[in-house]
Design a protein around this ligand. Structure first.
Ligand code: 13P
Length: 265
């Protein structure tokens, strides 16, 4: 029997539609993308109760956009610049992304923070620019191993949330921004956070969101990312505050990503 707390928890789980996104990072040519979709679309055509998102590299966005028309798959970019147009060699604007059919964009991934020196301020500008053009945002946060071992996980998450979402209104966040908790030490390492570690961090993130947005925080989806596979997705999705996943390596193969989308809670 569920007690009253359990009922509230169930209610929140039910009102947050699972959101599972493939972050292909710098993988797949256009030809490889087409082969993936040929297999993938039929594997997931019956998945109705999950937001299914694919984030290919920029070079494959147009191909994916054309092929997924009239399917249950949504398109995301992996990054965006914060200006609409101009002399910014190599950059891509939110206007260009919406024009090509993107519904979402990943912002603040730890690889961009680490290798491309993206700061919380830059990330905040990118989020505002994406929202100005009605792009959904997959906003990534997460601590490094050193930060976790030094007991700074919550401090890092607090700073990344508060700086990244600075001046973003509640109206602009529910249904438009999902937060992806990706502990850096779990990315590409095969070392997934335990369900206790994931739930603890997600609960903390929801509390921080509640301090900014009040009860709206219960409607914001929080994804887990970091060595998600078809073997661990079921237990991760069983955590009360895990509302989806951001999947790297295991999203590159149609069969493993489709199994992840068919998780069982
Ligand atoms: P892996 O699933 O390969 O660990 O990557 C996670 C990630 O960074 C998704 O954005």
């Amino acid at each position: 029997m569920l007690d009253i707390r359990g009922l509230y928890q169930l209610n929140y789980i039910l009102m947050r539609k699972p959101f599972i996104a493939a972050n292909w990072k710098m993988n797949k040519t256009v030809g490889e993308t087409q082969s993936f979709l040929n297999e993938f679309i039929s594997l997931v055509q019956d998945v109705k109760d999950v937001d299914i998102v694919i984030a290919p590299p920029f070079t494959s966005l147009y191909t994916v956009s054309s092929i997924i028309k009239n399917t249950n798959i949504q398109l995301s970019a992996q990054d965006v610049f914060y200006e609409d147009k101009g002399a910014y060699t190599g950059e891509v604007s939110p206007v260009m992304l919406t024009d090509i059919g993107c519904k979402h964009v990943i912002i603040g991934h730890s690889e961009r923070r680490q290798y491309f020196k993206e700061t919380d301020e830059i990330i905040n500008r990118k989020i505002k620019a994406a929202r100005k053009h009605n792009l959904g945002v997959i906003f990534c946060i997460g601590e490094s191993l050193e930060e976790r071992e030094a007991g700074k996980t919550f401090d890092v998450l607090k700073r990344e949330i508060e700086e990244g979402l600075k001046d973003i209104s509640a109206a602009n966040i529910v249904d438009s921004i999902v937060v992806a908790y990706e502990p850096i030490w779990a990315i590409g390492t095969g070392k997934t956070a335990t369900t206790e570690q994931a739930q603890e961090a997600h609960k903390y993130i929801r509390e921080r969101l509640a301090s900014l947005y009040g009860s709206k925080a219960n409607e914001i989806r929080i994804l887990y990312g970091g060595s998600v596979t078809s073997d661990n997705i079921d237990s991760l999705m069983a955590c009360a505050d895990v509302d989806g996943a951001l999947v790297g390596g295991a999203s590159l193969k149609a069969d493993s990503f489709s199994r992840i989308l068919k998780f069982r809670r």
